[in-house]
Design a protein around this ligand. Structure first.
Ligand code: NAD
Length: 305
C-alpha cells in the first residue's frame, strides 16, 4: 500500500456521475471545473437542479448517464442503492468495455466484491474507491481515495482521483478499499471517544482542557483527534466542537460506518471490543437525537449536563 504521486494515462473528455448529494455534487463540480463534461443523474429533483445550475448535463436515468463517457463515478448512500443500480437495474450490462467505473460510496465490502466480480466477468474495469475527507474535502478537492481493484485500473482512473483529491492509496484487490476505509473509521471513532473521555476526566479533576490537550498532544497520548479535531469546546477555534458541533462528519455517518465495521468483524470473526463500545456510544448519541451533529460531540456525553 502506498501513496500515489502521479500516474494515469486516459485522457478524460466526458464523465458520468450518479449520486449528487453532499459529497457527489462538489466532487462532480471539481471535474467540471477541470474542463471535463459531466453527465449527471440523481433521484432527487433538487440535486438535479443544482447540477443543472452548475453546468452539468442532467440525464433522466442512470442508463442515459453512461452514453459516450470515459468513466463513471457513483457516490451513493448505501449497499442497496449500489446493488440496485449495478445489478438489479442491470447498468453493468449496458456499460461499454473501455470505460472505467469508480464506485466511491462507503458500503459493505461484500457488496463491493459482488458487484466487482460481476463487472470482471463482463470485462469491465471497476474500482471500489471510498473516500475520507468529508464534504469540505469534496469541495476543496482534497479527498483521500482508498482504492481496491486491479492496480492497472487505478492508473487509468488516477487523473480523476487527482482532480477530486490529493491522496490516493492502493489497498489491494476488489473490496479492499472498503475494508481499509472501515478499519480507518473504526479507529477514528475509538480515538475520538478515548480523547473525549480523557479530557473530561482531566477537567473533572481541575485541569484546563487547553493545557491538558497540549500536554497529551506532545506526549505519547498524541493522536489525530487531539491534533486536528479537539472535541472539547474552546480548545481549537476552528474545530466543530467550538462551533456547536456543526458541520464536519455527522454522528449518523459515523454510526453507519461502525455498523459496517461490525458486519466486517462478524464476517471475519474478528474480535473488536473497542469497536463495539465506540459503536454503542454513537448509537446512544443518534438515539438522543444528535444524528445531525459532528461526531466529536461524543464529548457531550462525558460532561455534566
Ligand atoms: P447524500 O445522502 O447526501 O447523497 C446521496 C445521493 O444519492 C442523494 O442525493 C440521493 O438522492 C442519491 N441517490 C440515492 N439512490 C440513488 C439512485 N438509485 N440513483 C441515483 N441517485 C441516488 O450522501 P453523501 O453524504 O453525499 O454520501 C455519499 C456516500 O459517501 C455515502 O456512502 C457516505 O457514507 C460516503 N461518505 C460521506 C461522507 C460525508 O461526510 N458526507 C464522508 C465520506 C464518505
Amino acid at each position: 500500500m502506498g501513496e500515489k504521486s502521479s500516474g494515469g494515462s486516459l485522457k478524460m473528455k466526458k464523465v458520468g456521475f450518479i449520486g449528487l448529494g453532499n459529497m457527489g455534487l462538489p466532487m462532480a463540480n471539481n471535474i467540471l471545473k477541470a474542463d471535463i463534461e459531466v453527465n449527471a443523474f440523481d433521484l432527487s429533483k433538487e440535486a438535479m437542479q443544482r447540477a443543472d445550475e452548475l453546468g452539468m448535463k442532467t440525464k433522466s436515468s442512470a442508463s442515459e448517464v453512461i452514453e459516450n463517457i470515459d468513466a463513471l463515478i457513483t457516490m451513493l448512500p448505501n449497499d442497496k442503492a449500489v446493488e440496485n443500480i449495478f445489478l438489479k437495474e442491470g447498468l453493468l450490462e449496458k456499460i461499454s468495455k473501455n470505460m472505467i467505473v469508480i464506485e466511491s460510496s462507503t458500503i459493505n465490502p461484500e457488496v463491493s466484491k459482488k458487484v466487482s466480480k460481476k463487472a470482471k466477468e463482463m470485462n469491465i474495469s471497476m474500482l471500489d474507491a471510498p473516500v475520507s475527507g468529508g464534504v469540505k474535502g469534496a469541495e476543496l478537492g482534497t479527498l483521500t481515495f482508498i482504492v481496491g481493484g486491479e492496480e492497472a485500473d487505478l492508473e487509468k482512473a488516477a487523473p480523476l482521483f487527482k482532480i477530486m483529491g490529493d491522496k490516493i492509496f492502493y489497498a489491494g484487490k476488489a473490496g479492499s478499499g472498503q475494508i481499509a476505509k472501515l478499519c480507518n473509521n473504526m479507529l477514528l471513532a475509538i480515538h475520538m471517544c478515548g480523547t473525549a473521555e480523557t479530557i473530561a476526566m482531566g477537567v473533572n479533576n481541575g485541569l484546563d482542557p487547553i493545557i491538558l490537550s497540549e500536554i497529551m498532544k506532545n506526549s505519547s497520548g498524541g493522536n489525530w483527534s487531539l491534533e486536528k479535531y479537539n472535541p472539547f469546546p474552546g480548545v481549537m477555534k476552528e474545530a466543530p466542537a467550538s462551533n456547536n458541533y456543526s458541520g464536519g462528519f455527522l454522528n449518523s455517518l459515523m454510526l453507519k460506518d461502525l455498523n459496517l465495521a461490525k458486519e466486517l468483524a462478524n464476517q471475519s470473526k474478528s474480535n473488536t471490543p473497542m469497536g463495539r463500545l465506540a459503536r454503542e456510544l454513537y448509537e446512544e448519541l443518534n438515539n438522543q437525537g444528535f444524528e445531525g451533529l459532528d461526531f466529536s460531540s461524543v464529548q457531550q456525553n462525558y460532561l455534566d449536563k
